[in-house]
Design a protein around this ligand. Structure first.
Ligand code: GTP
Ligand code: SPV
Ligand code: MN
Length: 605
């Protein structure tokens, strides 16, 4: 145990001491980020029964957790942006007065760590030597959080060294909210508080994060959505950069030319899969820079450079298979934490869509016996996850930790849209692209606990749950960045939709590796090559511009994927109008003008 601070940062020490007084833990440990520390914590978790060691031969250094059934995903209706003024949180965020919220939460934090250890996790979002990186310090009483943070971020003494005696950090406070009485144990169960006691709170003006009651994913690994998106988006607005819910991939052509492309899709809509894709078209190569978050700043050359602030993948397990994403499968061969998947008889893992039948009887994510033939519910929770190290991904790009980032050529925006939205189209210019991104819609997935799965909601830039301020101002920020920049050096903007369905509910587009065909067209468009036709909605691939050699999609289906559905777009216009009405006078005029212009163009033809 490192009980004493391994830093001389006075403000940090004072902050930690204050929380120790409030939370009254039994022990304190400053994390050094070492392998020994990781191994020791794993041993403790296995000894107390909350984690299970997996088959060492099949999955070396892997463990399995089963969470509480009430604590399986982000909880959007318990997530707060507590800005001083309500209007600054905007219509898409939950707001509580920061003083009132702190009072409520302080009452909850009082004595909340009794019987537990108080861990201090110094972490860096981004390579420690990157000018784009930021340091956070997370306090937590969850060993699950410490272990996951060790994979997802850069943790430990080296971060404190970089922080020095007066460096800036984002304070991140977390407790699972389940104090233990003397002699009481968790009995091998996942500790958390009931839903109405969970708070995932952000104080944007003071750049603080307070999380209480949940141990799962984005609710508890505070570097991820809380810091790297909700707080960072506010910092990015103030400092003139972008913090986005985007994958970053490196695309190499058969001629060896390289372009970096980002993609913003809502939760569980295909970022990890696209970031690790294996192209089906010969000679093309995709490598991964990041799978969930991009921080982007303009370089001296006027181009936009992106880093992946994370060091691992907190990926959706369900549906990941040797066929759909072999690179993700390889990344979780070793040193991986699995959460809420099925456990096989030989201590391996299994989930729906893994590409093979369940091997006999399993233990499901709730800890019950499970058999495929009699099961009434899935063995793995639909939002079950793997936490894997980026370095274990076979296609991680050698430059993924380049401190200056990689120059971005294109932004893709998309969502799950069974109808209307074509496979791909390109914006006329930056503002039109911002317009497209601002009205992206997507069917809701299982990544958030409290929403109705399957209904289409508008999710601008895939940031609805993650923008830390008024979304109208966020649109303004996007417009301003583009207006100030050299238009020729800005990323080109595309809308993509891998999720079109037939009337019978079958996928119209095979997706996954076949998405490389769309990437190829995007690549060519970035060089002003690749033929396109100007349509009312944007530039669309000219007939035969998408390489369909060897593709098993009929010409009719291809036509449907790349046509403009008049009725669908008429409905779309109405839905965008409704969506825009939410932002009142904080909706930039440029965007309402874009909507009027789109409507006029659609009527003309
Ligand atoms: P978060 O980690 O929640 O942000 O999700 P993500 O955007 O990284 O989504 P991910 O790549 O994990 O995919 C989520 C689900 O969508 C998985 O079940 C995938 O199998 C499925 N999926 C991904 N790409 C495609 C695609 O091109 N076509 C189809 N039909 N499904 C896809
Ligand atoms: C998402 O929901 O977009 C995720 C998973 O990437 S979580 O870390 O829980 O936010
Ligand atoms: Mn995500």
């Amino acid at each position: 145990m490192n009980e004493k601070p391994i830093t001389r940062h006075k403000k940090l020490i004072a902050w930690v001491e204050e929380w120790i007084r409030i939370c009254q833990p039994d022990n304190v440990h400053w994390c050094d980020g070492s392998q020994e520390e990781y191994d020791h914590l794993v041993k403790e978790e296995i000894a107390c029964g909350v984690a299970k060691k997996l088959n060492e031969k099949k999955r070396p250094d892997c463990i399995l957790y089963r969470s509480d059934p009430s604590d399986v995903a982000r909880v959007e209706n318990r997530t707060y942006i507590a800005s001083e003024k309500q209007e600054d949180a905007g219509p898409t965020n939950n707001w509580i007065d920061p003083k009132a919220l702190k009072k409520t939460m302080l009452d909850l934090y009082k004595g909340s760590m009794k019987g537990r250890t108080f861990y201090v996790i110094p972490f860096s979002m981004g390579p420690i030597d990157s000018p784009i990186a930021k340091i956070g310090i997370e306090i937590t009483d969850s060993r699950y959080v410490v272990l996951n943070m060790q994979i997802m971020t850069r943790v430990g003494t080296k971060v404190l060294e970089a922080l020095g005696e007066d460096g800036e950090f984002v304070p991140c406070m977390h407790s699972v909210g389940k104090p233990l009485a003397r002699g009481e144990s968790d009995h091998g169960l996942w500790p958390c508080a009931p839903l109405d006691k969970k708070y995932i709170s952000h104080f944007p003006e003071t750049r603080e994060i307070w999380s209480y009651g949940s141990g799962y994913g984005g609710n508890a690994l505070l570097g991820k959505k809380c810091l790297a998106l909700r707080i960072a988006s506010v910092q990015a607005r103030d400092e003139g950069w972008l913090a986005e819910h985007m994958l970053i991939l490196k695309l190499t052509s058969p001629e060896g030319k390289v372009k970096y492309i980002t993609g913003a899709f809502p939760s569980a809509c295909g970022k990890t899969n696209l970031a690790m894709l294996i192209p089906t078209i010969p000679g093309w190569q995709v490598e991964t820079i990041g799978d969930d978050i991009a921080w982007m700043k303009f370089g001296k050359d006027g181009r936009l450079y992106a880093i992946n602030p994370e060091a691992g993948f907190f990926g959706v397990a369900t549906g990941t298979s040797e066929e759909s994403n072999p690179n993700a499968m390889r990344a979780c061969d070793r040193e991986t934490i699995f959460t809420n998947v099925g456990l096989t008889k030989d201590n391996d893992i299994w989930w729906e869509g893994m590409g093979m039948d369940a091997p006999g009887k399993l233990i499901d994510w709730k800890g019950n016996e499970w058999e495929a033939s009699t099961a009434t519910a899935p063995a793995a929770h639909p939002n079950s996850r793997f936490t894997a190290r980026a370095k274990n991904c076979p296609v991680i790009a050698p430059e993924w930790e380049d401190p200056k980032g990689v120059p971005i050529s294109a932004f893709l925006f998309g969502g799950r849209r069974p109808s209307a939205i074509p496979l791909v189209y390109q914006s006329f210019d930056w503002i039109h692209g911002v317009f497209m991104a601002s009205c992206i819609g997507s069917e809701i997935t299982a990544a958030a606990l409290d929403l109705k799965i399957g209904t289409v909601r508008r999710d601008p830039m895939a940031m609805i749950p993650f923008c830390g301020y008024h979304m109208g101002d966020y649109f303004k920020h996007w417009i301003k960045l583009g207006t100030k920049a050299d238009a020729n050096k800005l990323p080109k903007i595309f809308s993509v939709n891998w999720f079109r369905k037939t009337r019978e509910g079958k996928w119209l587009w095979p997706g996954y590796g076949e998405n490389s065909r769309v990437l190829k067209w995007v690549f060519e468009r970035c060089d002003d090559e690749g033929s396109a036709v100007k349509t009312p909605i944007g530039y669309m691939p000219a007939p035969n511009a998408i390489d369909t050699t060897g593709l098993n999609v009929s010409a009719d289906d291809m036509k449907q994927l790349l046509s403009i559905d008049r009725e669908g777009w008429a409905r779309e216009i109405e839905m965008i109008r409704e969506h825009y009405a939410r932002f009142g006078n904080r909706l930039p005029e440029e965007l309402s003008d874009q909507l009027i212009a789109l409507e006029a163009r659609l009527k003309k033809v």
